[in-house]
Design a binder for this molecule. Structure first.
Ligand SMILES: *Cc1c(COP(=O)(O)O)cnc(C)c1O
Length: 822
């Protein structure tokens, strides 16, 4: 996206520049210093909250390359060479910039508000629309005075539809949100009845909320709630197009019929303007069906084809993405809401807890609520009442502040000053057969609690540390020039890590390109909502239609494939489709050989169907210093190829040849882009590099049983191990079908238990293996690390006589992936 020159940004603010710096284009607004990436093009806005002051991070961010800062406080000294822009109120400055950015878009923009269901409606509407329009939505539940501007800033040049969620907690806030969002389409999701103290305050809140819709052109709401209907009447522009729906009201534009099905879902038929549509919802809880109806009716009003809507409704997931719903210890249900513990999002989560599973007793584990802007006595007093009204049976409060205010909660609540204190006390059995909502502010790291509870059911897990991925990404970013682009290789299920979660953070982190091996892998990424350009390394001609449909970009490596693709483009009357050319320079795998380069250029020059987005080649031995001459030869040959192509084609394109080891060893050949693969996962062929990288994947399991053997007794198939002394053997529920190589048996490989190594003895079975724990402490139920920080993937690869790539990509799909962020 082209950015705004910093001078233009400054001119939008009532600002004094107290220290001028260099000119650059602003692409990213940053308010959370932990999320810096990449520094180029970032403007940091120092916000202040009761427990947080962004001004503290300015020096550090300047060190890391941020060039400009918006502040509201004076600092004793400012870092040299950066622009410091002073305003009266940084939060308002952020809002003004969002409003300024918003003005550039003449597209349908949906504003969603209400007391419940906002996030779910937003996510579902997104699912229904994303194949029809390039859609940008608020991330997570960014619906506040800070979240909304950050969401709006995500609108990009090519965005065709925006979906923005708006939540308020104080009077006056909605007007400010409205000024920024300027929605053209409004959705009022639901008005809660139980939550407000008295009618007059509820009414006031409703009147406040509908202010979002003062200038919409289209409005979607449930006609069966008269309060909403009346309140909207007062604010909606006269010519607004109304799309209200109802099961009972004869006047509603869309009439709804609904019938429960034996499988737990329901059939829904909609009739409007002489048309109809029928679909099956995979759930029947009234609140969720209501949310789905809002999304469906909005999609219809937007002109999304109804067959597509009906099809997609079948697959709506009843869990919004920001929350994870899992089975945990002993029949419990765990809802982990990872983000923020602001009050509004706590309400969404509780709402969700209540709607989903009202059979199980409801427990809430809650941390201190940070940055609520409220007096703690008021805040926790309100929360306590609120939890009681929601029928929460027990609260476990964690954190110094909630601990200090425990008198405000019922006596059967429990309090701990820290997550560690709670974990020490925790026995997963205490939490059996409950519906548990885990809601913690980030510093409390509640994922550790989740993990402990999940461990009780998942014996073997591959844990993926997303924070470590970000660290490694920053490391490689810093090794290349700011102008060099970064493509991340996501083939083979992201080297075993799982694709969607990783791609999602890479997109948010500003990576330029993704690459996958096959078309279907790219389709999966698109379905998951990834918008980044995606190159397909090995596109099969049979898949060209789907490839084009999902805007995936093929790597063309021979005239056979090039001609086939050209015919497809011809057939579909497409022009200037981006393609990538693979050049043969010594790998002898895929690619155009030297004698074909001139013809290739000539052939493409005449074609208006394709546009060469990039030209690439792959190094055969970038990790081997002994092959340095060969590698340099490949680089020279590639250089020759790109010159010839540039000359014959008459335009330029991105050139790239380096993989992870190449980035480390041949920085001079980084050209326009590099292709990062295994390095992102913290694995390096270069010894010197390892200390700079963090371990991303850890494969762990849990001891099933421990046996005491007498000398002479044997272990496993073929009696391959015979005890020579009294021996303790632990059985682990992981075998070669999970990705534990069979060649690691018979004492070759080891696992780590409590930080100590234990050899794998006897033969590795399909689903199990045995380890000798005679010399270390180990009990049934203890964790064993197969690989991670103690036993590195590189070590296992060496012992199994293979390479780390094979170890990572062999962790079977039946092993549960767990994603953590610090
Ligand atoms: C897999 C792959 C890469 C990445 O290799 P790493 O060694 O994992 O960094 C780069 N380019 C191509 C063409 C690849 O197939």
């Amino acid at each position: 996206m082209p950015g705004y020159p910093i001078q233009e940004v400054i001119s939008q603010l009532d600002a004094v520049v107290i220290q001028p710096g260099s000119d650059f284009e602003v692409h990213t607004l940053l308010t959370d210093s932990r999320k810096l990436f990449p520094p180029a093009g970032t403007l940091f806005i120092a916000l202040k909250g009761p427990n947080h002051n962004g001004h503290q991070f300015i020096e550090d961010l300047a060190d890391r390359g941020v060039l400009a800062f918006v502040v509201e406080e004076d600092l004793p000294i400012y870092p040299q060479g950066v622009t410091i822009i002073k305003v009266g109120n940084t939060r308002q400055a952020l809002q003004r910039l969002a409003a300024f950015h918003r003005q550039h878009f003449d597209i349908p923009l949906v504003g969603v508000t209400g007391s419940n269901g906002k996030t779910i409606v937003k996510e579902w509407l997104y699912s229904l629309c994303r194949d029809t329009f390039r859609t940008v939505r608020s991330p997570l539940s960014y619906n506040s005075q800070v979240g909304v501007p950050l969401s709006l800033w995500r609108l990009k040049e090519d965005t065709e539809l925006g979906i923005i969620e708006a939540g308020i907690s104080l009077p006056g806030e909605m007007e400010r949100l409205e000024k920024m969002i300027r929605p053209t389409i409004g959705i009022f999701t639901h008005l809660g009845a139980a939550h407000d103290e008295n009618f007059s305050s509820r009414d006031a809140k409703l009147r406040e909320k509908v202010k979002l819709f003062g200038s919409v052109r289209t409005m979607i709401y449930n006609r069966d709630d008269d309060r909403i209907h009346r309140a909207l009447k007062e604010v909606l522009p006269e010519d607004a197009e109304i799309w209200n729906w109802s099961e009972y009201h004869p006047e509603a534009r869309v009439s709804v019929e609904r019938e429960d099905l034996p499988n737990g879902g329901c059939k829904v038929a909609l009739h409007w303007d002489g048309r109809s549509m029928t679909t099956i919802c995979p759930f029947r809880e009234p609140a969720l069906v209501e949310d789905a109806l809002h999304a469906m009716v909005t999609a219809i009003a937007l002109g999304v084809p109804t067959e597509g809507i009906a099809e997609k409704v079948n697959h709506l997931e009843s869990v919004p993405m920001r929350m994870e719903l899992k089975l945990a210890a002993n029949g419990s249900l765990l809802i982990h809401d990872y983000y923020n513990s602001d009050v509004e999002s706590l309400k969404i989560a509780l709402d969700f807890l209540e709607r989903q599973h009202n059979r199980l007793p409801k427990w809430v584990i809650l941390s201190d609520v940070l940055e609520s802007g409220k007096d703690p006595t008021v805040l926790y007093g309100d929360l306590s009442k609120w939890l009681a009204r929601r029928g929460v049976e027990k609260l476990i409060g964690i954190g110094p502040e909630i601990h200090a205010h425990q008198d405000l909660f019922p006596s059967y609540s429990e309090f701990y000053t820290s997550t560690d204190a709670f974990l020490e006390d925790l026995h997963p059995d205490q939490l059996s057969n409950k519906a548990i909502l885990l809601k913690g502010s980030r510093p409390f790291r509640f994922e550790r609690i989740a993990r402990k509870l999940e461990e009780s059911i998942h014996q073997t897990v591959l844990e993926i540390d997303l924070e470590a991925i970000m660290h490694n990404l920053r490391y490689f970013r810093n090794r290349i020039a700011p102008t060099t682009r970064l493509m991340v290789m996501m083939k083979a299920f992201g080297y075993g890590s799982g694709t969607f979660q990783v791609a999602n953070i890479l997109e948010a982190a500003g990576v330029d390109y993704l690459a996958v091996a096959f078309t279907n892998e790219g389709v999966e990424l698109r379905k998951a909502g990834i918008h980044l350009p995606i190159m397909v390394l090995n596109p099969e001609p049979e898949s060209f239609d789907i490839l084009i449909q999902h805007q995936l970009e093929p790597e063309l490596y021979s005239f056979r494939i090039l001609d086939a693709f050209a015919r497809k483009l011809e057939e579909r009357a497409i022009f200037e489709y981006p393609v990538h050319l693979k050049i043969e320079t010594g790998m002898h795998r895929l690619g155009f050989e030297e004698k074909l380069w001139v013809t290739l250029g000539d052939r493409l020059k005449g074609s208006r169907r394709m546009k060469v987005a990039s030209v690439l080649s792959h190094l055969a031995a970038s990790d081997d210093p002994e092959q340095r001459d060969f590698t340099l030869g490949q680089i020279t040959q590639f250089d020759r190829a790109t010159r010839i192509l540039e000359q014959t084609l008459g335009y330029s394109f991105l050139r790239h040849i380096l993989n992870s080891s190449g980035i480390s060893e041949y920085p001079e050949a980084q050209l326009d882009m590099v292709r990062l693969g295994i390095g992102l996962y913290g694995v390096s062929n270069q010894h010197w590099e390892r200390p700079n990288l963090r371990t991303v994947m850890r494969l762990r399991t849990k001891i099933s049983q421990i046996k005491e053997l007498d000398p002479g007794e044997s272990v496993g198939y073929g009696r391959a191990f015979i005890a020579e002394r009294p021996t303790r053997i632990a059985t682990l529920p992981i075998g070669y079908a999970d990705g534990l190589f069979r060649s690691l048996g018979n004492g070759v490989g080891e696992v780590a238990i409590h930080g100590h190594r234990a050899p794998i003895v006897g033969r590795v079975c399909m689903d199990m293996c045995m380890v000798d724990v005679s010399d270390i402490h180990a009990e049934e139920g203890d964790m064993a690390e197969i690989f991670g920080d103690i036993i590195r993937v590189e070590e296992i690869a060496r012992k199994a006589d293979t390479i780390p790539y094979e170890i990572l990509t062999h962790v079977s799909q039946r092993v549960q992936r767990i994603y953590t962020t610090e």
